[in-house]
Design a protein around this ligand. Structure first.
Ligand code: PMV
Length: 366
């Protein structure tokens, strides 16, 4: 059994190694899609229930962190951010907050002026959240700097601390470091699981779930009317919150067995129930809100019809928005792709969709 890491373990201890004058690190970091949803949190960005996600492959953020030692002793981290080649002042507050939150764990960051260059593989206003891949990429770049200062850290510690730091930027970012399945949040049946960071799903995954496909149907590319932050906070006063958190624990126990025994039918039931429950929490929050659009429901109904007619293992999940993630096994890719193109694209904004699949996690680009 691995050692459970505590918050204290993540505080960088000055070991006297001189900090490098300048340099840069680049990480390509995937997005992820939750199968069991995280919805509800407490300070400091800890989940009210455990979640598990497929790491994606085609949807990623590519981030380079350039660093130059500064002459002055700064209290705050100095940086500029360029997104797709353009200076992005409006991205600064979120990153500033992130740096402030992680500073106590990586105090060497105030020794530098940083220039961040970032781009996403998916269109900026696609309704696909870039906070998971974006925050994870930045956390990994900072960890590469830490590794230079302390080359003795293990790969496991590197990944866990990267996930720990990413979590402080955006909860779901904690699940964007490794592949193919990542659990974040304490769960009795999942050895080593922690609220502080994500871990690779520790059991063997049945072949049925290898190379699983996720085609993302872009129903509404506009900005969400209610942010995830607001949604999470509404769970504090939600009348069904406690039951929901309990249910997520139960669903993760069931899903753990399913991922090992390959029962795709049961997989579908758990996933679709989780997606609809997430949105049911939104519908029953105070104040209530709806992020699904009419086309979201049309797509869901079409998927159900197709499944009934063809006995396919196609299913859907949703994140906090109107887009639909269509999941299916590798062996059905031909028939399902045809169904998507013929029957589902008319419900997408400008026929826009992204073909993705389960990926292996973040990669450093040298
Ligand atoms: O990481 P956040 O704060 O953007 O929250 C993500 C919440 C969901 O995407 C709806 C669910 C999840 O587990 O990713």
């Amino acid at each position: 059994m691995n050692k459970m890491l505590t918050e204290q373990d993540f505080i960088f201890k000055n070991n006297g190694i001189a900090t490098p004058e300048n340099g840069s690190f680049t990480w390509k970091t995937p997005s992820n899609i939750a199968l069991i949803k995280y919805w509800g949190k407490r300070e400091p960005q800890l989940p009210e229930n455990p979640s598990i996600s497929f790491t994606l492959d085609a949807c990623f953020t590519l981030t380079t962190l350039e660093f130059t030692k500064c002459k002055l002793n700064n209290k705050n981290v100095q940086f500029d951010i360029f997104f797709e080649g353009k200076k992005k002042g409006d991205f600064k507050p979120k990153i500033e907050k992130f740096f402030t939150l992680i500073q106590q764990y990586v105090p060497f960051i105030t020794d530098y002026n940083f220039v961040i260059h970032s781009r996403n593989s998916f269109p900026h206003s696609s309704g696909i959240a870039s906070s998971a891949s974006g925050m994870a990429a930045l956390a990994l770049c900072v960890m590469s700097l830490e590794k230079q200062l302390n080359p003795t850290i293990t790969d496991e510690f590197f990944n866990r601390k990267a996930s720990f730091l990413a979590r402080l930027g955006s909860g779901s970012a904690s699940r964007s470091i490794e592949g193919e399945l990542v659990v974040w949040g304490n769960h009795n049946d999942i050895e080593d699981s922690s609220d502080l960071y994500g871990i690779k799903f520790p059991s063997t995954i049945h072949d049925n779930f290898k190379n699983y496909h996720d085609t993302i149907l872009l129903v509404d590319k506009g900005e969400k009317q209610v942010s995830s932050t607001v949604g999470h906070n509404l769970m504090h006063t939600h009348p069904f919150a406690e039951k929901r958190f309990e249910q997520a624990h139960q669903n993760l126990s069931k899903l753990k067995s399913v991922l090992q025994n390959g029962n795709v039918k049961e997989f579908i039931t758990i996933l679709e129930s989780e997606a609809l429950t997430l949105h049911a929490m939104m519908l029953t929050s105070n104040p209530y809100f709806i992020l699904m659009k009419p086309n979201t429901l049309s797509i869901i109904n079409k998927i159900w019809e197709f499944r009934a007619e063809t006995n396919s293992s196609i299913c859907f999940t949703l994140d906090a928005g109107a887009n639909v993630h269509v999941l299916f096994p590798e062996k059905e890719k031909k028939s399902v792709n045809q169904f998507i193109v013929n029957d589902l694209l008319p419900f997408c904004q400008n026929n826009h969709y992204i073909c993705d699949r389960v990926g292996l996690g973040a990669k450093q680009i040298k």
